[in-house]
Design a protein around this ligand. Structure first.
Ligand SMILES: [Zn+2]
Length: 63
Protein backbone atom coordinates (compact mmCIF):
# COMPACT_ATOMS: atom_id res chain seq x y z
CA UNK A 1 0.00 0.00 0.00
CA UNK A 2 1.15 3.47 -0.78
CA UNK A 3 1.26 6.03 2.00
CA UNK A 4 1.19 9.60 0.76
CA UNK A 5 4.52 11.32 1.12
CA UNK A 6 4.79 13.75 3.99
CA UNK A 7 2.37 11.95 6.25
CA UNK A 8 4.19 10.33 9.10
CA UNK A 9 2.04 11.41 11.97
CA UNK A 10 0.58 9.34 14.74
CA UNK A 11 -3.13 9.02 14.28
CA UNK A 12 -5.97 7.66 16.33
CA UNK A 13 -9.23 6.08 15.26
CA UNK A 14 -12.05 5.49 17.72
CA UNK A 15 -14.85 3.07 17.07
CA UNK A 16 -17.33 5.41 18.70
CA UNK A 17 -16.57 8.02 16.05
CA UNK A 18 -18.08 5.66 13.52
CA UNK A 19 -21.29 5.10 15.40
CA UNK A 20 -20.35 1.90 17.18
CA UNK A 21 -21.09 1.45 20.84
CA UNK A 22 -17.61 0.29 21.47
CA UNK A 23 -14.60 1.69 23.30
CA UNK A 24 -12.04 0.32 20.90
CA UNK A 25 -9.41 2.76 19.76
CA UNK A 26 -6.38 2.26 17.63
CA UNK A 27 -3.43 4.56 17.82
CA UNK A 28 -0.10 4.55 16.07
CA UNK A 29 1.27 5.10 12.62
CA UNK A 30 -1.15 5.06 9.73
CA UNK A 31 -0.39 1.61 8.39
CA UNK A 32 -0.67 0.06 11.82
CA UNK A 33 -3.95 1.78 12.61
CA UNK A 34 -5.47 0.84 9.27
CA UNK A 35 -4.50 -2.75 9.88
CA UNK A 36 -5.81 -2.87 13.45
CA UNK A 37 -8.95 -0.88 12.94
CA UNK A 38 -9.91 -2.72 9.77
CA UNK A 39 -9.41 -6.05 11.50
CA UNK A 40 -11.42 -4.95 14.52
CA UNK A 41 -14.43 -3.62 12.60
CA UNK A 42 -14.44 -6.74 10.48
CA UNK A 43 -14.21 -9.18 13.35
CA UNK A 44 -16.27 -7.36 15.98
CA UNK A 45 -18.82 -5.51 13.89
CA UNK A 46 -18.95 -7.49 10.69
CA UNK A 47 -18.17 -4.42 8.65
CA UNK A 48 -15.25 -4.55 6.33
CA UNK A 49 -13.55 -1.25 5.64
CA UNK A 50 -11.04 -1.49 2.88
CA UNK A 51 -7.65 0.11 3.37
CA UNK A 52 -8.58 2.64 0.73
CA UNK A 53 -11.69 3.69 2.64
CA UNK A 54 -9.82 3.95 5.93
CA UNK A 55 -7.11 5.98 4.25
CA UNK A 56 -9.73 8.42 2.97
CA UNK A 57 -11.17 8.73 6.46
CA UNK A 58 -7.77 9.33 7.96
CA UNK A 59 -6.79 11.91 5.38
CA UNK A 60 -10.00 13.79 5.96
CA UNK A 61 -9.46 13.69 9.71
CA UNK A 62 -5.88 14.93 9.68
CA UNK A 63 -6.50 17.78 7.27
ZN1 LIG B 1 -15.49 -1.60 17.85
Amino acid sequence: MQVPIGISVTIKLCCIDYGFECDFTSEGDIEQVIEEFGKHTNEEHGIEYTKEVLMQVILRKTR
